[in-house]
Design a binder for this molecule. Structure first.
Ligand code: SAH
Length: 347
């Protein structure tokens, strides 16, 4: 019989499991505590569970986490990138960044990606499969356990690793809700950010969920045609519809939407484009995060000079757009989405 993986199950699901075996409800809570509060993966260590239940669990279930295959640390010690593998051999990247405001992790939502963005390494080999809520949680717990050794924890999460989270909607939402549950990590929704390439219907859907997470939208171009060239998904969900959905999200949740804008030398970084971007976002509760492109060998785009980056930023700021330039971390460790995984796939 195939074992059922219970890592990633909610308390109601765990309760249903044990009551289905004729046991009282509180056994489900105890199981959740061992698994999520104490991070125990071995049923035999769950001392307050009756021996029979422990045996039953061993025979029917498994707590499937993730194993580390590779790790790269940046020279400044602030960023580590992990290649984690699940029991079916599928690997994903997870990144830990020690930020001034705490420990931030970047979680993958899919193994690979099929969005086809021209500047991105994650999509080069297509998509293998969606990740389950448990697999996203396993990435989180892998790093949280590591941090706990020095009395630290994961403080903020960006779902900004490989994959398009809004095409894996149910699993991603289940994961976010689990993060927030008191019996799990008890994180505030405000410490979670989801980044999307602009899956319009699901941006509207997310705005109705009543979970005040931060939304980032990968924009990367201020006009429709250029955006289609950079991001094929724009042919399905055109730029103006994406920005309109972002406006709706901001209005409904009262959370400021961040538009991510990769700066690519000579492609989308001139002042005329800064002007178009300003006009596009006029009247929205929005901010722009400029990201000098992390060049991916397979692609052939370059980052603009510091002067051009500064000029673009200055234009936005002078025209009342809230703007930040991404602090670049981990350039020396292949931190661009998907680069470490690709290296392993190619080897
Ligand atoms: N699919 C989602 C989340 C994954 S991509 C999305 O598109 O938002 C996460 C962010 O990394 C996006 O803003 C993406 O555009 C950016 N990114 C991808 N490749 C990059 C590169 N080579 N340099 C800089 N940023 C990159």
């Amino acid at each position: 019989m195939e074992l059922m993986n219970i890592f990633g199950q909610t308390l109601p699901e765990l309760t249903e499991l044990v009551t289905g075996w004729g046991l009282p409800k509180f056994r489900g809570k105890q199981l959740a505590e061992w698994m999520y509060k104490k991070s125990i993966t071995d049923f035999s260590q769950m001392q307050n569970l009756p021996k029979d239940l422990r045996q039953q669990l061993v025979q029917a279930c498994v707590i499937d986490r993730a194993a580390r295959v590779d790790q790269l640390n940046s020279v400044d010690g602030k960023t580590s990138k992990f290649l984690l593998e699940f029991s079916d051999g599928v690997g994903v990247e997870t990144v830990l960044m020690h930020q001034p405001y705490g420990n931030s992790i970047c979680v993958s939502s899919q193994a690979g990606c099929n969005m086809g963005c021209t500047f991105c390494a994650s999509t080069l080999h297509g998509m293998v499969r969606n990740l389950t809520a448990g697999e996203m949680l396993a990435q989180t717990y892998y790093i949280n356990d590591l941090l706990q050794k020095t009395g630290e924890k994961v403080d903020t999460i960006v779902i900004m690793g490989s994959g398009e989270p809004l095409t894996n909607y149910d699993n991603v939402l289940k994961y976010i809700r689990l993060l927030h549950e008191e019996y799990c990590l008890g994180m505030s929704y405000r410490s979670v950010t989801l980044s999307t390439s602009g899956i319009v219907p699901n941006i509207y859907r997310l705005a109705e969920e009543e979970i005040p997470i931060n939304l980032s939208i990968s924009l990367h171009a201020p006009e429709n045609e250029l955006r289609s060239e950079l991001m094929p998904i724009n042919r399905k969900y055109p730029m103006l519809d994406v920005v309109k959905a972002g406006g709706d999200y901001g209005a409904k949740t009262r959370r400021r939407v961040t538009y991510e804008y990769i700066l690519i030398d000579g492609v989308n970084d001139n002042i005329q484009q800064a002007k178009e971007l300003t006009e596009l976002l006029k009247g929205q509760l929005a901010s722009v995060n400029l990201i000098p492109i992390n060049p991916v060998a397979e692609r052939g785009w370059n980052r603009p000079s510091q002067e051009r980056i500064n000029a673009f930023e200055k234009y936005l700021a002078q025209h009342h757009v809230t703007v930040t330039v991404r602090r670049e971390m981990g350039n020396d460790i292949q931190a661009a989405c998907g680069q470490l995984r690709n290296k392993h796939l190619e080897e």
